[in-house]
Design a binder for this molecule. Structure first.
Ligand SMILES: Nc1nc2c(ncn2[C@@H]2O[C@H](COP(=O)(O)OP(=O)(O)OP(=O)(O)O)[C@@H](O)[C@H]2O)c(=O)[nH]1
Ligand SMILES: [Mg+2]
Length: 469
């Protein structure tokens, strides 16, 4: 495949700004999915995503688009989640792309995850294409939002398409802009194979299925490949692309994004961020891979039936293939028996993991209250990190304890400033700043212990502000 005709990009945005809906329209316009098979947010394929109306997992699709210049281009589109707890999915997606479509809701403007995701894209040296969405809504103000993007992010928005992902208005302009403004991949098709592993899942028949982005060279069914980090070799049994259903191919070449199976039964051999190369003719240097994520919130999970301990371990190992920001280690408790201590990126992540374990692996679990990690300096000068209350050392050997703090920005209508300041103080918050946004809204800035936030803070915030904060 001619790489000049390929475009690899992620759709990034703050939560609910319309990424998955834009992906729907793109799939429709390019006739990737037939009308009768179309449903809203079709790429949100997990049951949990559909129920909650949010994206949790990255999802890649290959599609073909015939541009106004008459040429047919191949797009690999990756829809990403917007919620901060799943930002590891975004950073992994971006490493498989050359560009990013940045969706900004014309009624909301630039928000926290808009900025965070732009920084991730810039870290990966990606070209960013801003798109203003939801212009069908009466309260939208595309010109104001364009100016915001230019002022805050510094992206030129003169030609940014103003679209409605819902009605499809101007979505064709996004497709043309992708062809014109986003770069094509530029790997060496004749070099030895070099492919990035950016996601995976476990299939009971085919073993581990890995998602790869081929940077250099090509891979064919029957080839012997090597995972460079894991230092293991396999023979490729199946290759394919997602359209969005899995569709088999005989080979994948430089610039293509697809999946690979090699009867991989040992889960330990798969590291997300690993580099696949050819066993016969390996490439010299592996790709840099991914930065590890540090968990923010911890809790213990125990099977209600203690005989299911091994099933839980098995489930955790398989789920980790599909969610590499999840960490776990064995622990035991007098009351609950044998289980695991899990680390998450946030509270929503914790909820989602528990639900996925229960639904996809048929387990009944008890989760302990969430906690954070404490840095304990002992009287002898050593430092310990404690994420489990039962491991906290005796008081007489502790010199001091430090805990993680959060810099929290709370957007709040004027009427609720008083109660929210009270709440934040009750939660050991340290007042930092109050920023005027408009006549009716202010932004309160507090430094607050994370442990206070993960315990009841959101519920109380919602009730004291009637849901407006
Ligand atoms: N009126 C209007 N609603 C839209 C538009 N685009 C998306 N929506 C709605 O906004 C909500 C969120 O859309 P999604 O596409 O799920 O947003 P998302 O960015 O994928 O959300 P996450 O993946 O959870 O971050 C849905 O209810 C959509 O129907 C639009 O152009 N106009
Ligand atoms: Mg989505």
């Amino acid at each position: 495949m001619d790489q000049k005709k390929i475009r690899n990009f992620s759709i990034i945005a703050h939560i609910d700004h319309g990424k998955s809906t834009l992906a729907d329209r793109i799939l429709e316009l390019t006739h990737t999915v037939e009308k009768r098979q179309m449903e809203d947010q079709i790429l949100d394929s997990l049951e949990l995503e559909r129920e909650r109306g949010i994206t949790i997992k990255l999802n890649v699709v290959q599609l073909r688009y015939t541009a106004n210049d008459g040429e047919t281009y191949v797009f690999h589109l990756i829809d990403t989640p917007g919620h901060v707890d799943f930002s590891y999915e975004v950073s992994r997606s971006l490493a498989a792309c050359d560009g990013a479509v940045l969706v900004v809701d014309a009624t909301q403007g630039v928000e926290a995850q808009t900025l965070a995701n732009v920084y991730l894209a810039l870290d990966n040296d990606l070209e960013i294409l801003p798109v203003i969405n939801k212009v069908d809504l009466p309260s939208s103000d595309p010109e104001k939002v364009k100016k915001e993007i230019e002022d805050i992010i510094g992206l030129d928005c003169t030609d940014a398409p103003c679209i409605s992902a819902k009605t499809g208005q101007n979505v064709d302009q996004v497709l043309e802009a992708i062809v014109k403004n986003l770069p094509a991949p530029n790997g060496d098709p004749d070099a030895p194979l070099k492919a990035l592993v950016f996601d995976s899942y476990y299939d009971s028949y085919r073993g581990v299925v890995v998602f790869i982005c081929v940077k250099d060279g090509e891979v064919k069914v029957g080839d012997r490949i090597r995972f460079m980090q894991a230092d293991s070799e396999y023979e490729v049994t199946e290759l394919g692309v997602k359209t969005p259903y899995e569709s088999k191919r005989e080979k994948l070449s430089a610039g293509e994004v697809g999946y690979l199976c090699a009867s991989i039964k040992s889960i330990q051999d798969i590291n997300i961020g690993d580099t696949i190369t050819s066993a016969k003719e390996p490439c010299k240097q592996a790709l840099p891979g991914y930065r590890k994520m540090n968990p923010m919130v911890y809790c213990g999970m125990y099977p209600t039936d203690n005989n299911k301990y091994n099933d839980l371990r098995d489930a955790l190992e398989k789920l980790q293939l599909n969610d590499s920001s999840l960490t776990f280690e064995a622990e035991s408790s007098k009351a609950l028996g044998f289980g695991f201590r899990l680390g998450f990126l946030g509270l929503l992540h914790m909820e989602v993991v528990q639900e996925r374990l229960e639904r996809e692996y048929n387990l009944n679990l008890i989760a302990t209250a969430p906690s954070v990690i404490y840095k304990v300096t002992m009287t002898d000068g050593t430092i310990r990190y404690i994420d489990n209350p039962s491991l906290m050392p005796e008081q007489n050997v502790i010199e001091c304890i430090e805990e993680p703090y959060v810099r929290a920005s709370i957007m709040v209508p004027n009427d609720y400033i008083g109660p929210i300041m009270q709440l934040s103080q009750d939660k050991r918050g340290i007042y930092k700043d109050m920023i005027y946004i408009d006549d009716n809204r202010n932004q309160l800035v507090y430094e607050m212990p994370l442990s206070e936030i993960i315990f009841e803070y959101f519920d109380r915030l919602r009730s004291v502000s009637r849901g407006y904060a």
